[in-house]
Design a protein around this ligand. Sequence first.
Ligand code: SF4
Ligand code: SF4
Length: 380
Amino acid sequence: MKSLQLLIKPASSLCDLKCKYCFYHDLATHQALSPKIMSVETLELTIKRASEYFANAPKDEPSYLSILFQGGEPTLAGLDYFKQAIAFQKQYFAHLPQVQISNAIQTNGCKLDDELVSFLVTNDFFFGISLDGPKALHDAMRIHRNGSGSYDEVRAGITKLQKFGAQFNVLCVLTDLNALNIKSVYEHFKELGFYNHQYIACLEPFERLGQHSKEQPLFLSEQAYSQFLINIFDLWYQDLMEQGTYISIRHIENYLALLLNMSINSCNMTGVCQIQNVVESSGKIYPCDFFAHDDYELGNLTDHDFEYLQTNSKARTFIEQSHQLPNDCQHCPYLSLCRNGCYRERLNGKNIHCAAFKAFFAARLDKLKQAAAHLARMNS
Ligand code: SF4
Ligand code: SF4
């Protein structure tokens, strides 16, 4: 089976919001070219290069191309951009019917008009909506340049997605603020009809990794993160065991899969980086969205194909550096589930959230195993 994953940034790091914790402003300062909307030529080249990658894919078994449009804010590229993306997919993959293409878009949800949503739904896009909780929690972080909150627009966007029957999940960025109030966040998402949640720790800028302080509660303290991990698990567990309701929560699902010896696809939980083929609007390729930084550039689509870009020496070095495992981890009882987490969150080789992971596993590993056994029984 041949597969290729692309993370395309149609509008680079441009965004109509200026969320307080956004790391793209930080990353953009590490790129030589200023952000801009991707040209039609670069979009066409991206899809053409992707089709070349599958040129020798076996005809008698499926292959997979998975594309996530992300930002900044990808909807700023406009409806025509997405129409062209689909047109190029049809054109360049017409002779490759064995390649199944999936499209997804991660959006702040503020600029979803009827025409855009209708087109994307018609073309089977999956939507990820960035929402940090109820209005007060969301608006404390996800703001416009003038400081006003964006919650009302996101809610209008969600209503639009529901009107058109879109498939979507919610991506919640954790800071101390919402991590310590996770019950209200979780309940709010359920009220809105979200049964597929993803919670990610707010990413600290490179230069202040692991320096959380009470004066800067923008990011995530160990105490808040461990409370979050325990409390969200308890909420999820209660829904599953007492109500029979299954809420899909990405990191819990991955723990369950690991306990059940199933494969997982989140590199931040396998402990080893993967090349994600981040396609910048300029056509430059980076290994990971967290490393869209000139020091990590793998090359440019104008000069190279994906085969080369994924396997060149810079790509290999990027992956190899994530293999290093500190002594603590090697002797840790939770290594098989934790695996030292995401490489971007490591300081001197060790994950900055180690204490939170340990607190969670010490408190809830038994229940996690019970839940895994319960789900395995239900599915047998
Ligand atoms: S830095 Fe994290 S998200 Fe990026 S490839 Fe490595 S493990 Fe995955
Ligand atoms: S809990 Fe800490 S020591 Fe254990 S594997 Fe994770 S990061 Fe390493």
